[in-house]
Design a binder for this molecule. Structure first.
Ligand SMILES: N[C@@H](CCC(=O)N[C@@H](CS)C(=O)NCC(=O)O)C(=O)O
Length: 216
């Protein structure tokens, strides 16, 4: 398998964790988002949306959209399961996942930040304020759901890792890249800390990828 990836990409981070948890090896193809390589014709041919991740299977099948990729990997490689066995549990895990995948992360990606600058003259400081606002809104929602729901356990859903943890960890890492801390989010901080004790999460982190700055 071949993963189109970049150190800072949160959507790709989620997929890197899923691949590690499933014990699947892959070759990395680096797409430098800061240099705009996602818009090069070569990559557009792989994913017309011009976003990463894209995961190309050995027979050439191209998978895209991180949540679709995680669900696909979970169906094809069922162990360890990333979704609970019961429908309500699956609905909760998917809902928690979508807080970042559908509602927070899409607002902070490079193409949105670029558009805010080019069309609305927002400067770098303004863009950081924008990004932190949307990450914090997601974290507020996560903290309240996770702290009050009985279904929360060691992880987002019970005592086994699910897709929601992969998504939560990516959200927290993104907030960190933009200098946010989890002090106001104790339940989130506890679960993220627990996940990152596992090397399959830890080695997928943005700052541990080739091309990442020594610190950020
Ligand atoms: N919903 C997509 C988001 C994909 C996405 O926006 N990826 C970012 C990096 S995390 C990207 O490639 N952005 C390029 C751009 O905005 O120009 C997913 O979860 O896969």
């Amino acid at each position: 398998m071949k993963l189109y990836t970049y150190w800072r990409s949160l959507a790709t981070f989620r997929v890197r964790i899923a691949l590690n948890l499933k014990g699947l090896g892959y070759d990395s193809v680096y797409v430098d988002l800061d240099a705009g390589q996602q818009r090069a014709a070569e990559f557009k041919a792989v994913n017309p949306q011009m976003v990463i991740p894209a995961l190309v299977e050995d027979d050439g099948n191209v998978l895209y959209q991180s949540m679709a990729i995680m669900e696909y990997l979970n169906e094809v490689y069922p162990e360890p399961p990333l979704l609970p066995a019961d429908p309500r549990g699956r609905a909760r895990v998917r809902a928690l996942s979508l807080i970042t995948v559908a509602d927070s992360h899409p607002l902070i990606v490079p193409r949105v930040r670029n558009h805010l600058g080019a069309t609305f003259n927002l400067d770098e400081a303004g863009k950081v304020t924008w990004v932190r606002h949307w990450f914090a809104a997601g974290l507020d929602a996560y903290e309240m759901h996770l702290s009050r729901d009985k279904a929360t356990g060691t992880y987002c859903h019970g005592d086994r890792v699910t897709m929601a943890d992969l998504c939560l960890v990516s959200h927290a890492a993104g907030y960190r890249v933009f200098k946010g801390t989890l002090e106001q989010y104790p339940t989130v901080a506890r679960i993220v800390g627990k996940c990152l004790e596992d090397d399959r999460f830890a080695r997928a982190q943005p700052l541990r990828q080739p091309g990442a700055p020594a610190s950020h």
